[in-house]
Design a protein around this ligand. Structure first.
Ligand code: CDP
Length: 230
């Protein structure tokens, strides 16, 4: 059976990671959360005082890049989890503060260059499911299946708000909503690799779709390609 590359892009908090992980597990593929990589670099920048008045100092970060090792290691459940210079940073990179700063870091061309090279290296290992913002447009323009996921900002903020309550109950719905909207605007308008609907991508608005139905629909799209039905 042939293995395929699946690229899932879309707006923030559309459930890309959830469906990508489930799909990879079902197909026995590698799952890579490319957003976690930008979040990990952002954590490094934060820990090394590379922000002033909420703005990243790009030159400092670019200079430090060769010494920043972003890696995925398997956890006890066999899932790939992000590590920063050898340290598991899964929990820390989900903080609201990282969500508020990450899009600036992801807009730096040198950061993207380093991350994209690493992302491409995962394709040599067989079937891959990767989610992010530029996977179908830049990282794997020849992906066998490209998806673009979206939903209304209100629905997305509500989903993310419920999720974040578990780790940080002090975060308000308004904060989450503002972050979702601000990140979409920055990610879509940046000069390098902006968030776009990649050529040939299937657009899925999941505002009114439940997770199980969405999974079945995407699995079908993947299987059509695996078995050469389209
Ligand atoms: O919070 P959510 O899961 O929607 O986002 P994420 O996938 O964790 O990505 C966090 C941020 O990283 C995005 O808002 C983008 O600024 C950036 N990113 C990117 O520029 N390119 C990617 N391939 C993935 C993420």
């Amino acid at each position: 059976m042939k293995t395929i590359t699946i690229a899932i892009d879309g707006h923030s908090s559309t459930g890309k990671s959830t469906v990508a992980r489930a799909l990879a597990q079902h197909l026995g593929y590698v799952y890579i959360d490319s957003g976690a990589m930008y979040r990990t670099i952002t954590l490094y920048a934060l820990e090394h005082d590379m922000f002033e008045n909420g703005l990243v100092k790009p030159n400092l970060l670019i200079e430090a890049l060769p010494g920043i090792e972003v890696a995925f290691e398997k956890n006890e459940l066999g899932q790939n989890v992000p590590h920063l210079n050898g340290r598991n940073c899964t929990i820390e990179i989900r903080q609201m503060l990282i969500s508020e700063l990450v899009s600036q870091v992801a807009a730096i061309p040198e950061v993207r260059e380093k991350m994209v090279a690493m992302q491409r290296s995962f394709q040599t290992q067989g079937g891959v499911v990767m989610d992010g913002r530029d996977i179908g447009s830049v990282v794997f323009p020849n992906a066998d299946l490209k998806l673009f996921m979206t939903a209304t900002a209100e629905v997305r903020a509500q989903r993310r708000f419920i999720e974040i309550q578990e780790s940080d109950p002090s975060v308000t719905y308004q904060q989450v909503y503002d972050n979702v909207v601000a990140r979409d605007a920055m990610d879509s308008s940046r000069a390098v690799s902006p968030l776009i609907v990649a050529d040939g991508a299937v657009v899925i608005d999941n505002s009114e779709m439940n997770q199980a139905d969405q999974f079945q629909m995407i699995l079908q799209l993947a299987q059509d390609r695996i078995y050469n039905r389209i």
